[in-house]
Design a protein around this ligand. Structure first.
Ligand SMILES: Cc1ncc(COP(=O)(O)O)c(C=O)c1O
Length: 410
């Protein structure tokens, strides 16, 4: 049957990070690989009460198919929630999604034809790369800098592509505590990205799963809020990291003509998002003490992050040539090891040493791969696991270097 697969699907291997999990079944492995928020901060009480209430109040509707764009109650709650972040929109600017990954997929399906170009950072979110690969995307990609995207590099690249009739279809960025690097885009760069988007009329896709998870430093306005709902930006949001990923609910925001199309695609794809799960999210936004909840999860993750950074300082002496980002929020940090280390090979040695990470390759588009980086998730492991896991990580890097220098001198 394989010969009948589409050409794109023949070579498609799916979400690289998802496929790593088959190597992590041994419970002795300390994993820094998954992008998992910690279940310690899931509001189980809220979910239980919301499910009971929803089933009691309207069991027929709850268990029925529901509206494709989403439940009105939830959309209205989202409108109010976003006002606090200076985003002023109407329900016509929203489509409820079956989480952020679907939000991303809708963007690719709407804009991409094979060989179309996306502007993005190196590295960037592997799940987005997997989704856009299904649309046959190619990339104008530049190394992310300490304060976010290399906007000048983007502009030069766009200028070079336009005469070839290959203007990029959209710019995809994760400005807040990017997955995977943990880097936050400065206000200057957000404004520069927006003006790039306006000047060249290329939509800017702002993926914001971690926006609430700031542990230090000043809040920076979202690019959507800077655009004042003028229609240049599409926002992708999810409840996965602020409530729990199991509800699989998120929302995209943007100009009504884009949102209408997203709904049409969603209707032909997953049809609708379960009402029960949407009701949980509505209760979360309307009835839960969000300020207290966000304070609690920020405190919890800040402690883990600090703990991780301290363990890195202790175990990675300067002579090892290892560098890492020090994020202000989110769930990840990014490690760069000396160039002679291939982290995809190192991954298998690390598994033997009972520690795991995501080889950086999973976060680069094809044709832009780098071999000496890794993504680390600090939110899921316990403190003891962090101490032991970082120790194992430094041991395995040293072992790799010894093994490599032996093989070179042979
Ligand atoms: C940048 C980014 N976008 C989107 C998602 C999708 O998350 P979900 O589908 O769980 O909402 C993730 C998940 O890790 C992410 O890191």
């Amino acid at each position: 049957m394989k010969s009948l697969f589409t050409n794109i699907m023949k070579g498609f291997e799916g979400y690289t990070i998802g496929k790593l999990f088959k190597y992590l079944k041994d419970p002795a492995i300390i994993s820094f690989a998954g992008g998992l928020p910690s279940s310690d901060v899931f509001p189980g009480d809220l979910v239980r009460n919301a499910v009971e209430k929803s089933l009691e109040q309207d069991p027929d509707r709850v268990l029925q198919y529901t509206s494709i764009p989403g439940e009105e109650d939830l959309m209205e709650a989202v409108v109010d929630y976003l006002k606090k972040d200076n985003v002023h929109i109407e329900p016509e600017n929203i489509v409820i999604t079956t989480s952020g990954q679907q939000g991303i997929d809708l963007v690719g399906r709407l804009f991409l034809e094979p060989k179309d170009i996306i502007v993005t950072d190196l590295p960037t979110f592997g799940g987005a790369l997997a989704s856009f690969e299904m649309g046959g995307a190619q990339y104008l990609a530049e190394d992310i800098e300490e304060d976010g995207s290399d906007v000048r590099g983007f502009e030069e690249g766009i200028e070079n592509l336009i005469p070839e009739g290959r203007k990029p279809k959209f710019i995809y960025v994760v400005p807040d505590f990017q997955n995977p690097s943990g880097i936050t885009t400065s206000l200057e760069k957000r404004l520069a990205l927006l003006s790039l988007s306006k000047r060249y009329r290329i939509p800017l896709v702002e993926d914001s799963p971690y926006r609430e998870l700031r542990y230090r430093g000043q809040h920076i306005p979202s690019i959507y809020s800077l655009d004042k709902n003028q229609g240049n930006v599409i926002g992708i949001f999810t409840f996965s990291k602020i409530l729990c990923p199991g509800v699989r609910v998120g929302f995209n925001i943007g100009p009504p003509e884009v949102i209408d199309k997203f709904s049409s695609i969603k209707g032909a794809n997953t049809l609708c998002t379960p009402k029960l799960n949407q009701d949980i999210c509505t209760a979360f936004l309307r009835e839960y003490d969000l300020d207290a909840h966000f304070r609690r999860i920020r405190d919890y993750y800040r402690e883990k992050l600090n703990f991780f950074l301290e363990a890195m300082e202790e175990n990675f002496t300067t002579d090892m040539g290892v560098e890492w980002t020090k994020p202000d929020g989110g769930l990840f940090l990014w490690i760069t090891v000396p160039e002679d280390i291939n982290t995809s090979e190192l991954f298998f040695m690390a598994i033997e040493e009972k520690v795991a990470f995501v080889p950086g390759e999973a976060c680069y588009p094809k044709g832009h791969l780098r071999h000496n980086t890794m993504r680390i998730n600090f939110s899921y492991p316990t403190k003891d696991e962090i101490i032991e896991g970082v120790r194992r990580l430094s041991t395995v890097i040293k072992k790799y270097q010894v093994k490599r220098s032996k093989s070179l001198t042979r």
